[in-house]
Design a protein around this ligand. Structure first.
Ligand SMILES: CC(=O)N[C@@H](CCC[C@H](N)C(=O)O)C(=O)O
Length: 387
């Protein structure tokens, strides 16, 4: 089993080689080489056609009643690191700013434990590409990665968070993360001279109205007891001050804690687009891309057991957490297979996705301890297929 020194060394190497979604080649090779140093007696591997950076490892159980899946995401973000760490990213403009290096290390530590100590049930470890974009979990599922003996009866995954002390586990019944949908609105009118607005059709004015109206959806159209958020992070329109812009392209993300909420937001944005097209006599095309980012809705019976265990094991620190508006494509996987997603605290640092994100490595050993303790308990409760 990997020692704490091994784990820290592994995490730091992974931190140095961040790679973007679907391009995680070096990360894939490093993970595979590491796994191949573990005892191989009970391990088998599966490749996913068309998803070459993914790794699936199966640990055969000694007396299996179920197959338990554990997923760790492996991709990084297009962020220029500014931590000053001596093991900072070697890849310019790319960084593990969401802590996937921690996720991978915890998964490797857990796998190394079960390579040394054969589990009772079968285990599937899924090192998943493309969580930040492209929805790698959904791609794997649709490519039949989890067919036959590779199909978990239940699936687990964690995400790190700077809002909990290092090593503390957080979870909740119901929805942990929001469902998200990317939104792109393209408004097309007619460009012209700044001095002759009556001969043109100004899309700067039209997009301003579109944004203002869309930003009333959360406050005026949805039940205030429920939650949603719409953020436009990018707007492009025009080239110079004295030419009326004939085109505007607006990009954003919408989030809701239920799929129904996302559908309602989508419909309202669509309606407003149609209204703007009529009032400003222009063309408004609104595209939505939800892909795999379903709300992360923890399976009730399974999650109740998980929380009960975590709350009552004196060696584990546990906190019940509120839902978060972050998104996760694990939402898609547990829409197909029962599962529980949970947080692993990494101590106080700057926010996820920031250039100065510095998770506390003490979380790694504690995370592995919490997961192996839970899985050992889960495998000996003798209640197969009860989720
Ligand atoms: C954990 C995390 O930060 N996840 C991302 C997921 C992005 C989903 C999609 N690409 C979107 O932008 O809506 C997040 O931004 O929450």
């Amino acid at each position: 089993m990997l020692s704490n020194d091994d784990l820290i060394h592994i995490r730091r190497r992974l931190h140095q080689i961040p790679e973007l979604a679907l391009k995680e080649e070096e990360t894939h090779d490093f993970l595979l080489e590491t796994i191949q140093t573990f005892p191989q007696t009970n391990l088998s591997y599966r490749e996913i056609e068309g998803l070459p950076t993914a790794i699936l490892v199966r640990v055969a159980g000694s007396n299996p009643e179920r197959t338990i899946g554990y997923r760790a995401d492996i991709d990084a973000l297009p962020v220029e690191e500014d931590t000053g760490l001596d093991f900072a990213s070697e890849n310019e403009g790319q960084m593990h700013a969401c802590g996937h290096d921690i996720h991978m290390t915890v998964a490797l530590g857990t796998l190394s434990y079960y390579a040394d100590n054969q589990p009772k049930d079968n285990l599937i470890f899924f090192f998943q590409p493309a969580e930040e974009s492209e929805g790698g979990g959904k791609i794997a599922y649709e490519k039949n990665a989890f067919s036959g003996e590779w199909r978990p009866d239940e699936f687990y995954a964690l995400h790190d968070t700077p809002t909990l002390p290092a090593g503390t586990i957080g979870c909740r019944m119901g929805t942990l993360f929001a469902g998200t949908s990317e939104v792109v609105a393209t408004l097309t009118g007619k460009g012209g001279h700044a001095a002759y607005p009556h001969q043109a059709n100004d899309m700067v004015v039209a997009v301003a109205q579109f944004i203002n109206q869309v930003q009333t959806i959360i406050s005026r159209s949805i039940d205030p007891i429920e939650s949603g958020v719409i953020t436009f992070g990018k707007l492009r329109a025009g080239e110079i001050n004295n030419v009326i812009a004939g085109k505007a392209v607006l990009e954003g993300t919408m989030r809701g804690l239920t799929q129904t909420m996302l559908e309602d937001l989508t419909q309202r944005v669509r309606d407003i687009g149609e209204g703007i097209a009529r009032s400003y006599n222009c063309q408004v095309d609104v595209d939505f891309k939800q892909d795999a980012y379903y709300p992360v809705e923890n399976t009730p019976a399974l999650t109740a057991k998980f929380i009960d265990f975590m709350e009552n094991d004196a060696s584990i620190d546990f906190e019940t957490t509120p839902p978060a508006m972050t998104g996760e494509d694990f939402g898609y996987l547990i829409h197909q297979i029962p599962g529980t997603m949970f947080w692993l605290g990494v101590g106080e640092t700057s926010s996820l996705h920031s250039a100065t994100f510095k998770p506390d490595e003490a979380a790694i050993e504690k995370g592995i301890h919490a997961i192996t303790s839970y899985l050992n308990w889960r495998m000996t409760t003798g209640e197969a297929q009860d989720v």
